[in-house]
Every structure is written in structure tokens, then in C-alpha cells.
Design a binder for this molecule. Structure first.
Ligand SMILES: Cc1cc2nc3c(=O)[nH]c(=O)nc-3n(C[C@H](O)[C@H](O)[C@H](O)COP(=O)(O)O)c2cc1C
Length: 224
């Protein structure tokens, strides 16, 4: 059995801390075997805010999920194909980034769309966040992602006990989360050993739970 996990990075910085952190989670998921991963960064993409036109609720069609024409058109089919999602955000003012907020708002097509409602329902989801400071809004950022996962009907999974926050993987981009800036080190999060272990543990757990769900679905389909 092979499973597919898609990582979405909500940082405007390509190759920045959030992306590096997410890659750690995806690599660890692959390490469990039988897992294919892909990372999509929202950096540089045209992802418009939801304009609440309600087109998706009344007029959604097979193959056309949203009335707006932008880069979400390429991402929607990928979301439908994969078995699990890892959503990663930099912490902005104690919550998810604007990029990630536009992205998660546009997932409304799966919550209320007249064709695609519930289509993310059996997929597993995990949250990752990277902040500059320790205890400076990271858990509220994770919760803002988790609420999106719950609202779209995904099955949210956190890291196992002993890896920091139960809500998701937490990375600190400044030295020990003190706010100290190291000009030589643009990827400070990779020096946050405990945080990286959390991202890896989350990636692994998301992969394992996804495999269990897929195996359960396969067994049930044989029985019915
Ligand atoms: C608009 C804005 C708001 C931010 N708010 C917070 C915050 O509330 N708490 C925090 O610890 N860091 C905050 N930061 C810092 C980023 O979360 C941090 O630098 C993160 O590592 C950036 O990841 P990146 O390299 O992927 O962009 C903020 C940065 C920006 C640009």
C-alpha cells in the first residue's frame, strides 16, 4: 500500500524556515516506507482571498470548484488526490500567515460546495508552525490551522506525547527562541533540535495513522 502526503507551506519566503521545517516532517513520513510526498509553497502564488460569492455552494461543477481563476485551480486536484495534508505556517501576530489564511478560506469549497462537499473527509491532517520567539503565539497559530482542518472535515493528528505541543509541531527560528538574530544563519529553525524532532515525529505519526485508515477502508470494502 502506498500513501501520498502533501505539504503546503504558507510562508512568503521560498526556502525559508517554515519550508525547511515542513521538509523535515515530510522526509520523516517518507522514512516510514510506502509514502510519497510533495511540497507546494504558496510563496509567489496567486491565491486570492475568498470573496464570499457563494458560487461554490450553488453552482460548483465537476472539475470546477471555485468561481475565481487563480493558482488554487492547480492545487484543488492535488488536494483531492492525496491521503494526508501537512499544513505549515510561519507565526504572524500569534496566528497563521495571510497566505495560509487565504488558502484555508478557499478550502470552503470542500465544506459547503454542492459537488465537492466532504471530499477531504477521510484524509488526515497535521499542523506545523515556526515562530521567531518562544511562547510568542505559536500554539494559537497551530490552533488556527487545526480549526481549518476540523471545519473541512479532515482527521487532525498531533505529534505523539513528548514532542512539545499536542496541537502540532513547533519550530523556533531564533536562537533558542530568545529573539537573538544570527546574520549567518537564515535557517535557524534547523538548529532547534527539539523542534525538528517534533516535526519529524508529527510527519511519522501522520503517515502511520493514514496507513491505518487506508488499511481499514480496504478491509471494510472487502466485507461489504
Ligand atoms: C507580519 C509578521 C508577524 C510576525 N509575528 C510573529 C509572532 O507573533 N510571533 C513570533 O514569534 N514571530 C513572529 N514573526 C516572525 C516569524 O514567525 C518568523 O520569523 C518565522 O520564522 C518566519 O518563517 P519563514 O522563514 O518561513 O518566513 C512575524 C513575522 C512577520 C513578518
Amino acid at each position: 500500500m502506498e500513501i501520498n502526503i502533501l505539504g503546503i507551506c504558507g510562508s512568503p519566503i521560498k526556502g525559508g524556515n517554515t519550508e525547511a521545517f515542513l521538509r523535515e516532517g515530510l522526509k520523516a513520513a517518507e522514512g516510514t516506507g510506502g509514502v510519497k510526498t510533495k511540497l507546494i509553497t504558496l510563496a509567489g502564488k496567486d491565491i486570492k482571498d475568498c470573496r464570499h460569492c457563494n458560487w461554490c455552494i450553488r453552482k460548483q461543477e465537476e472539475g470546477k470548484l471555485c468561481a475565481q481563476q487563480d493558482d488554487m485551480a492547480e492545487i484543488y486536484p492535488e488536494l483531492l488526490q492525496v491521503d494526508a495534508l501537512l499544513l505549515a505556517t510561519p507565526v504572524y501576530i500569534g496566528r497563521l500567515s495571510g497566505y495560509m489564511a487565504c488558502f484555508t478560506d478557499r478550502l470552503r469549497v470542500f465544506a459547503w460546495g454542492n459537488v465537492y462537499q466532504g471530499k477531504l473527509g477521510s484524509k488526515v491532517g497535521g499542523a506545523l508552525a515556526v515562530s521567531w520567539g518562544r511562547n510568542y503565539g505559536i500554539e494559537t497559530a497551530l490552533l488556527s490551522i487545526l480549526s481549518a482542518l476540523f471545519m473541512m472535515g479532515l482527521i487532525p493528528v498531533g505529534p505523539p506525547h513528548g514532542y512539545g505541543s499536542p496541537f502540532g509541531a513547533c519550530g523556533l527560528a531564533s536562537e533558542h527562541g530568545t529573539g537573538k538574530f544570527n546574520r549567518e544563519d537564515k535557517l535557524g529553525v534547523l538548529r532547534d533540535e527539539y523542534g525538528v524532532k517534533g516535526a519529524q515525529a508529527l510527519g511519522k505519526r501522520v503517515a502511520e495513522i493514514t496507513k491505518l485508515i487506508k488499511a481499514g477502508e480496504a478491509t471494510l470494502s472487502h466485507l461489504s
